[in-house]
Each structure stands twice: as structure tokens, then as C-alpha cells.
Design a protein around this ligand. Structure first.
Ligand code: NG1
Ligand code: ZN
Length: 537
């Protein structure tokens, strides 16, 4: 039985800042860490309730602010299969977070318990982890208070990457079933993906080392740990050089490095010592995003972002499907958002001849759309994504009897790749190894990967507006329905440019409108972005 007095008492230690309104958005709750105590406490209450509602299935709580500055933090919930919290529960999180008093909080909690028909006597189980931010331990204490007050069983996994926690949640909940996902431990995660990597690299040779910038976040020590399980370059593996893995200097996190810096600044971290041709990658602060890049022979910076990883993975998987004799059973599709470069969309449709879906921003939307394919490849341009295999696809891959040695080889690689790729969420460490496997199989350098298509020049602008809520987007956020007339004005501007494409939408994570524009030249893309910004400003 939930003890409402205990909930009230513990809550009084974590009062809500009176003048703040919170919203559970695409990235859970995220803001300056010193505002988060009450929010994390209340998220703990909700985690317990969600677990009870699901008869004691384990729910995950991740404390991280990803690519945001070191003084920020955030919290989000992970559902039993390792997916993001079911969307219909997001408003409950918001409601709890905004309760003004202890009494109101308990009233809402009681009502929610009834509304969702959670059995108060059911067990509640939660596992949680955090990134390396200094504020993490305080927030964990708030979380624990909620778990104790609600009589929840819990395990503290200390520091983990976000995708590692998602992995563990799925492992716990599938343990002992036919869908067992892996050993329920951090070491189990390394063992699983290292074994898959070894298998996928059988007989292949890498095309040189890769330098990985870890944003001075939790991905650094975790990649170092993963490396211990991987074969080195001389044993058929990859030489992974880890940089920016200093987690002892909190202020270094995401500062002048990391995937977000590289993607938004379109340049390598200033500390980077790369020479022309060197293969580089950057993770974000909680290691769920990755982008690749290199300097070409003229020393020009070249970015290989989420769109590039998606096209690379889709083309590889399509090849493997054909080579293994399973093409008919494995319908591959790609899922993007409106931010995907138009050239990548065209490449998927025209060259790879694969179907493509465009969804709203936020990985939960992409993830759901990807489940509509046998093999669904989804990536946001910023490098967050993964590949999903449907249960039917996994069955076909597991059971197929190869008809030739060539089919056998392809099938073995395909099987390994299904184990290598994190099925719960975009995972920078797993995606890193996937890209390395594909480059090794294709025998490609970054330049050859880049040569597959030419990106359209593009510009992303953040526009400060009075009230971002008046901007309502439709059609996978590619068009503005409101304010009235804005879309027509935007289209008038677009029509002035060759290959012009542009849209504006309210950010789900920041108090701003984002304007994206692409066109046939750099100057035109910049121009178009400026004109559309003027429309919404
Ligand atoms: P918003 O702020 O809604 O644009 C940003 C990213 C998303 C996603 C979320 C969550 C862009 C343009 N937007 O969303 O892709 O990653 O943050 O972190 O990169
Ligand atoms: Zn992240």
C-alpha cells in the first residue's frame, strides 16, 4: 500500500520552486540542476507508480542532461522494453512536477493511482543511473527518497551511458523469457556487443584507426571499458583512440567538444589534432549520439552525421539481405525527420531504392515509425539513432538455411549485426562499432563514404521569439499551420531559391523557434534561413 503520509513527509524535503513550471518534453525534464530536486523526487514517485501499474516490471530512471552544459541536469524514464516512457504518461509526469504543495501532490498521486488502475499492493521495481555531472549525486538522493517512500525495490547502477541503462532495463524485464536480451550487468553489455563485433569483423580488415572524442562525459570511461573486451587492430579489430575522456573536470563536459559541438559548429573540436584523412567520431555527454568527421585532402572539414550513418547502415543491410538470400523477408525502411539533408533523402529513394518515412522531431517518433519495417533504420541528423529488427525479421534471420557459402557468410554477419546494434535506443558505442564494421566490410575510408552523395548546403538558426507556443507545425513539422499566413510567407521565400527547402518549428527542448533551410549554394542556404527567420521573428 502506498503510504501517502510518507510521500508527503519526504516531499517536504524537496519543495517545488514556487515560480517554476515544468514540462516533460522530448528529453524528459531538463534544466539548471539546482531547480531539479523536486522534479526528480516526483519522477521517482511516477516510476514507482508505472512499475506497479505494470505489475512490478522494472522501470528505468536516467539522470542526465546529455549534450547540455555542465550546470544543467535532467531526468527521464525508461519503459520495460528499454523504450522511452509511453507518451500517454508524459502528462502525468508534468502534472506531478507542477503540484504546488505536498497536499496537492499526494492528491494528484492518489488520483493517478486510481486512473491508471495501479494495484497499490503490487510490487514496484526501479533501476537507475546517471551521467558524470557533479549534481548527479544530489539528484540521486532525491530519487531514493521517493523510492523509499513508495516501498520500491531499486538498484543503483551509478554511472552509465543512457543507452546502457536502456539495455539493462530490457535485460531485467526479459530475463528467463524466450526474448532474453542479455546479461543484467554493465559487464554483460560489453560482453554482448564485443562478441557480436568480433563475429561481424571475422575475415575483415579495418581501414585504419578511429579517434573518438567522448565530450568529457560518461562515454569516455565506458568506451575505455568496452575496449578491454574488443580485439585490437592486430587481432582483426579496430584501433580506437579515446580522447576527451576527462570526467574529473566537471566544467570540461561538452565544452568545445562532443557530438553537439561538432554538428552545430560544423568543425572539429579545437583540441583535435587530426591530420587529413584521419577518421574521427564524437559522442555526446551521455553517449547516445555519434557523428563522424574527417579532414579531406585539401584539409576541409567533412561531417558524416546521422543522415550519413543511416544511409551507410541501410545500404549495408540491404546488401546483406540480398547476399544471404533473405531480401524478400527483410523489407528495409529508413526513418528521418525534416532536418535530414534533402540529398540523403534522395539517395535513399533513388539510389538505395528503399522506402522512407518522415516523422516529428524526437527519437520516440522515429523509433515507433521504424517498427513498421522488418528492418527499420532511424537516425536524427544530429547522430541519435539505431536500427530495429522486427520479431519476424529476427526469426527469419535465425532460422534460414543458407544455400551457399556466400549466403552463409552474409547470414553470419547479419546475425552478428542484430546482436551488435542496441535495439532499445540510439547508442553511440554500439553505433561506433557498427560503422567500423561496415567500413571494414566495404573497405571504405571516410572519403569513400562521403562520396556516396553530396549534401545540400544548409543552415539551422535558433530564433528567439516572444511566445513559441503560437507556432504550430503539421506534416511531420515541415509546415506551419499557425500563426496564420506564416506558411504562405515562408513558401514565397522558398520559391526564390534553387533546390530551396525550409521550415520553422517550435523547439521542444528550448524556448525558441528553429529555422532550417537548404539550397543549392552555401550563400543561398544562409540567405533563405535569414529570410524565413525574419518571417517568424
Ligand atoms: P528540439 O529542441 O525540439 O529541436 C532537439 C533536437 C532533436 C532531439 C531533441 C532531444 C535538433 C534540430 N533538434 O530538439 O533532434 O535530439 O533535441 O534531445 O537537433
Ligand atoms: Zn544524449
Amino acid at each position: 500500500m502506498a503510504d501517502y503520509e510518507k510521500i508527503k513527509e519526504a516531499s517536504s524535503k524537496h519543495p517545488k520552486p514556487a515560480d517554476k513550471t515544468f514540462q516533460y518534453g522530448t528529453a524528459g525534464f531538463r534544466m539548471k540542476a539546482n531547480l531539479l530536486n523536486s522534479v526528480v523526487y516526483r519522477v521517482g514517485l511516477l516510476a514507482a507508480l508505472r512499475s506497479r501499474k505494470l505489475n512490478g516490471q522494472t522501470i528505468g530512471v536516467m539522470i542526465t542532461a546529455s549534450h547540455n552544459p555542465p550546470e544543467d541536469n535532467g531526468v527521464k524514464l525508461v519503459d520495460p522494453m528499454g523504450e522511452m516512457l509511453e507518451a500517454s504518461w508524459e502528462p502525468y509526469a508534468t502534472e506531478l512536477a507542477n503540484a504546488q504543495s505536498e497536499d496537492e501532490l499526494v492528491k494528484i498521486y492518489e488520483k493517478l493511482t486510481e486512473d491508471v488502475k495501479a494495484k497499490p499492493g503490487a510490487p514496484a521495481r526501479v533501476i537507475y543511473a546517471r551521467d558524470t555531472r557533479a549534481s548527479g549525486s544530489t539528484l540521486v538522493a532525491c530519487l531514493k527518497d521517493a523510492l523509499d517512500a513508495t516501498g520500491t525495490e531499486y538498484t543503483d547502477y551509478k554511472h552509465l551511458t543512457t543507452p546502457q541503462l536502456h539495455y539493462l532495463v530490457r535485460c531485467v524485464n526479459t530475463k528467463g523469457t524466450q526474448y532474453e536480451y542479455g546479461e543484467v550487468s554493465e559487464q554483460g553489455y560489453y560482453k554482448k556487443i564485443a562478441a557480436a563485433f568480433k563475429q561481424a569483423m571475422k575475415h575483415k580488415k579495418t581501414t585504419g584507426p578511429v579517434t573518438v572524442d567522448c565530450a568529457n562525459g560518461v562515454g569516455g570511461p565506458k568506451l575505455v571499458e568496452l575496449k578491454k573486451h574488443l580485439p585490437g587492430a592486430s587481432e582483426g579489430g579496430v584501433d580506437i583512440k579515446v580522447v576527451n575522456d576527462d570526467v574529473l573536470k566537471p566544467e570540461a563536459l561538452n565544452s568545445q567538444c562532443g557530438a553537439d559541438f561538432v554538428k552545430t559548429q560544423q568543425r572539429a573540436p579545437p583540441s583535435s589534432k587530426i591530420s587529413s584523412g584521419d577518421r574521427c567520431a564524437s559522442l555526446d555527454g551521455d553517449a547516445d549520439r555519434i557523428v563522424y568527421y574527417f579532414a579531406d585532402k585539401d584539409n576541409t572539414f567533412r561531417l558524416l552525421d546521422g543522415d550519413r550513418i543511416a544511409t551507410l547502415a541501410a545500404s549495408f543491410l540491404a546488401d546483406l539481405g540480398r547476399a544471404s538470400g533473405l531480401a524478400e523477408q527483410l523489407k528495409i525502411g529508413v526513418v528521418q525527420t525534416a532536418y535530414a539533408n534533402g540529398a540523403s533523402t534522395q539517395y535513399v529513394e533513388k539510389n538505395l531504392k528503399l522506402p522512407i518515412l518522415c516523422t516529428n522531431t524526437g527519437v520516440k517518433h522515429l523509433h515507433h515509425a521504424a517498427q513498421r519495417f522488418d528492418i527499420g533504420v532511424y537516425f536524427e541528423a544530429n547522430g541519435h539513432g539505431t536500427v530495429l529488427f522486427s520479431p519476424a525479421a529476427l526469426k527469419a534471420i535465425a532460422n534460414y538455411e543458407p544455400q551457399s557459402p556466400a549466403q552463409k557468410n552474409a547470414l553470419e554477419t547479419l546475425r552478428a549485426v542484430t546482436e551488435l546494434i542496441n535495439q532499445t535506443v540510439g547508442d553511440a558505442l554500439s553505433d561506433l562499432l557498427l560503422v567500423e564494421v561496415i567500413l571494414a566490410h566495404k573497405g571504405w575510408t571516410c572519403q569513400e563514404w562521403l562520396n556516396t552523395y553530396v549534401d545540400l548546403p544548409n543552415r539551422l538558426v535558433r530564433v528567439e521569439v516572444k511566445d513559441r507556443n503560437i507556432f504550430q507545425a503539421v506534416d511531420a513539422e515541415r509546415k506551419l499551420e499557425k500563426p496564420e499566413g506564416a506558411q504562405k510567407d515562408i513558401e514565397t521565400e522558398i520559391a526564390k531559391y534553387t533546390k530551396g527547402r525550409s521550415f520553422a518549428r517550435a523547439s521542444g527542448t528550448e524556448d525558441a523557434v528553429r529555422v532550417y533551410a537548404e539550397a543549392s549554394t552555401r550563400g543561398e542556404a544562409d540567405d533563405l534561413a535569414a529570410r524565413v527567420s525574419a518571417v517568424v521573428r
